[in-house]
Every structure is written in C-alpha cells, then in structure tokens.
Design a protein around this ligand. Structure first.
Ligand SMILES: O=C[C@H](O)[C@H](O)[C@H](O)COP(=O)(O)O
Length: 250
C-alpha cells in the first residue's frame, strides 16, 4: 500500500513537470508579452529559445496588428523573421532598437551572461548594444550563481582565423584554463561564424567576480573580435521552470 502511494505520488509529480522545450516556450512568450509594444524596433536573438519568441511575435502581429520591425542577430534569426513573415530590418536603417530579446547559455546572479554557444555572439552583442533593453529568455538550467557553475562548454571567443593559436596561448598564460578551437559537426574543420571567423571556447576558467576586467584585457588582444561575456547589458532574465511557471531576475 505504501509503495503504491509513493508510486502514485511520483507519477502525479512527473505529470506536472515541463520539458525543457516547454520551459523555453513559457519564458519566451512571457518576455514577448511584457516587453514588446506597438511600433517597436525589436532585436531578434539567436538559438533554440528565440524560436519561441519569434513564434509569439508573429502571433501578436497577426492578432493585435502590431507594427514591428525585427532586426536579426544572425543568419538563423534572419531566416526565422522571414519564415514568420515579420518585417525584416537592419541596423543601417534602424540603428536604435526599443528592445532585444535573446537567449543565453548561462546567467549569473549579477545578470552577467555567457553567450555564443550557437556561435552568434558578435552580431548578438552589436544588436543588443543598440537596444534600450536586452531581455534574456532561457530555461531553468541556465540560471546559476557564478559563471561556469552550470555551463561547461566554456566562454566562446570569436577570433580572426590566423590569430587563433597566439590568442589561445596568450589567454591560457594570462588567466589559465584551456582554449579549444570549436570544430564543425557537419563539415570538416572548424566552425566558421556568420562573420567568417573562428571560435575558441575557453574551458575550465577560474571562477571570478571580476569579469569586467578580464573581458577588457581579452578584448585588447589583437585578433580577438568579441567575447561571449555580456556584462552589464541585460535588463532582465526570464527562466521557464519545471512546473511551468516563469522566474524573473532583474
Ligand atoms: O550563439 C548563440 C546564442 O548566444 C544563444 O542565444 C545561446 O547559445 C542560447 O541558445 P539556446 O536558446 O539554444 O540555449
């Protein structure tokens, strides 16, 4: 009897738990509902969570007849905007955005982010820097205290191809850890970003509270194009939870 009761309890518990995809979706929908208004210029981030944000943008445009212009942060984002028949814009015409909605690989307690797991960090940082507000959408696995607590693939650093070995050596000497050239999956050789660059993933870095200083030093190394550290940029993060609720951090 006791065993049966325990089994029933765990079945009930399981049935109220959401998948990671559901968690991404609830976070994305809430962020779009709360931050996107009529006549906005909207930055569209990259990655699997942003797919749901674009779905919601399209629903709202169709239902509420919102007049939006969407600025992509990658080739993927551009394709999503086109697929959903949203108005595609560019920074040349709209250099100031009202809001940018994007995913993240990890978000620490200070809203410092690791981004670039999908290789789109450079354009994401450019577009976010032009937006009045950067809003992050993610599932609960991305929510951590310190960077590196949860995301183990490393901090992505986009580099000019000829410089990847010197940059790897310099950062390992300056700060420790290991920088690994990201390799492509369906192509021989390295990942080539939307901007024609390579990505070094900085793994096993020391945890610190001084990301601002380290980031500034890395950015000064010749050949470094951009880092996946987003410091002091995000206004708010929405994390979809296992129970279907959304946790907000600002
Ligand atoms: O380069 C990719 C971006 O920074 C993504 O926003 C980040 O990797 C999170 O992606 P996802 O929503 O797929 O976890």
């Amino acid at each position: 009897m006791f065993l049966l009761k325990r089994t029933l309890t765990s079945i009930r518990h399981y049935s109220t738990m959401c998948s990671l995809e559901d968690a991404k979706k609830v976070a994305a929908f809430k962020a779009v509902d709360e931050y996107v208004k009529n006549n906005y210029i909207v930055g569209v981030g990259s990655g699997s969570t942003v797919v749901y944000a674009v779905e919601r943008l399209a629903e709202r445009v169709n239902k509420e007849k919102l007049n939006l212009v969407c600025i992509p942060t990658s080739f993927q984002a551009r394709q999503l905007i086109i697929k959903h028949k949203l108005v595609l814009g560019e920074l040349e015409i709209h250099p100031q955005l009202d809001v940018c909605i994007d995913g993240a690989d990890e978000v620490d307690e200070n809203l410092t982010l690791i981004k670039g797991g999908g290789g789109c960090l450079l354009q994401e940082k450019i577009v976010a820097s032009c937006a009045k507000q950067l809003i992050i959408i993610a599932d609960h696995t991305k929510n951590s205290v310190q960077l590196g607590d949860k995301y183990k693939k490393g901090i992505p650093i986009e580099v000019v191809p000829i410089s990847y070995v010197p940059i790897k050596n310099k950062i390992e000497t300056m700060f420790g850890g290991e920088l690994v050239l990201r390799m492509a999956v369906a192509k021989a050789g390295p990942v080539v970003t939307d901007n024609g660059n390579f990505i070094l993933d900085w793994k096993n870095f020391k945890q610190t509270k001084d990301w601002q200083k380290i980031n500034a030093e890395i950015q000064l190394i010749p050949g470094v194009v951009e880092t996946g550290l987003f410091i002091g940029m995000a206004e708010k993060a929405y994390f979809g939870q296992e129970d279907g609720s959304v946790k907000e951090q600002s």
